[in-house]
Design a protein around this ligand. Sequence first.
Ligand code: AMP
Length: 204
Amino acid sequence: MADLPRCRLATWADVDGWADRVAAEVRARSAVPGTIVGLTRGGWVPARLLCDRLGVRRLVSLRAQHWGVTATPTGAAQLTEGLSGPVTGQQVLVVDDITDTGESMALAVDHVRAGGPSRVESAVFLHITHAAFAPTYFAEEIPRDAWVWVVFPWNYWEDLIALSARAVEFGSGIDRVRATLRERCGLNVPRSDLEKIAPNVPFG
Ligand code: AMP
């Protein structure tokens, strides 16, 4: 039977609040960075929002891969594409959406350090307390025994398709899948959203 994780649906209002909190913390504790590194893909929107709030004009990308589609681990994290620009002599803030195992952020920070910056800090919106890496800044902590898969707004359709495809194994049809997502994942999804993904999911 398919593995269906408990989920938490994050809203754009949550995201705004997390970005405000992290930006305020950075301003309170440190000099504003000259460069933000956004981990692709999850860290791109958070990185851009922090650029806006902190007035940072230089945004560089770095690609880390760890998880497959929606809560499916694929083994150890890897950096699969390097920095899109140099960080030598820069005060750098590395940004991702969440630290779960923490492997992606740990690898990214090491990689940035090797590029000769004058300072490296890290920031995420959510930090799960079992993560092997503690970021410098986070907006909210999730206790390890309250682990959930967070469905961020920038991943909503991808997650919905992946979860629905697995939910079909518990019973077919849009209404049955909708009930399974509610009961097993804790996700309340409008029926119209499931209708939209019908071309991508074998609802039966
Ligand atoms: P990790 O290396 O395990 O700390 O996580 C790497 C990336 O996987 C994160 O930046 C997220 O994009 C994604 N991810 C990991 N765990 C979760 C989770 N519990 N909820 C949502 N996304 C996650």
